[in-house]
Design a protein around this ligand. Sequence first.
Ligand SMILES: Cc1cc2nc3c(=O)[nH]c(=O)nc-3n(C[C@H](O)[C@H](O)[C@H](O)COP(=O)(O)O)c2cc1C
Length: 173
Amino acid sequence: MITIIAATNRPNSNTLKVAKYYRQQLKIKGLDANLLSLEHLPPDVLNTDMYGKRSPAFQKIQDLINDTNKFLFVMPEYNGSYPGVLKVLIDASTFPDSFYDKKAALVGISSGKYGNIRGVDHFTGVCHYVHLNVLPLRIHIPNIKTELDAEGNLIKEDTLKFTNEQIDKFIQF
Ligand SMILES: Cc1cc2nc3c(=O)[nH]c(=O)nc-3n(C[C@H](O)[C@H](O)[C@H](O)COP(=O)(O)O)c2cc1C
């Protein structure tokens, strides 16, 4: 099972638009993917789901993670890295079974000109630590405000080419 994680809890994020775009493209290629937006983490997750505690709301997310063997993380650049809420998801999930020996593709986006290169690198290190195997083709989309049309579709030729290549490799991975 594939799950796309939109790795921010910011409302109306470009991250969620890009995550939905990836889900649509996977669908066109014949694969159904779940979509988890980190907007839907329990609002009090720091108190209800860390260090051995588990709320019914997070248990549903844990069940989804347990049933997933391939993850696609779309992560925005926040202060030169990936959002802290993504690390909260990893730290609140059971260890080591949540991600161990599973597979992941990573997509970084930013409004600035680096496309979250550092954040994707930082998160790659976390993935390796938890034995989550990362697809070598990682995608960086800078200047995100110029990349999406009103319907949330990516529109630039080179971005379409590289995202499409990543999706094909993710399916084969
Ligand atoms: C807390 C925060 C920190 C941010 N830091 C950066 C940054 O370091 N570099 C950058 O290019 N954009 C930064 N941005 C802008 C985001 O890249 C921009 O909002 C983009 O649309 C992706 O984030 P989104 O999914 O929340 O929309 C930041 C945005 C927020 C909310």
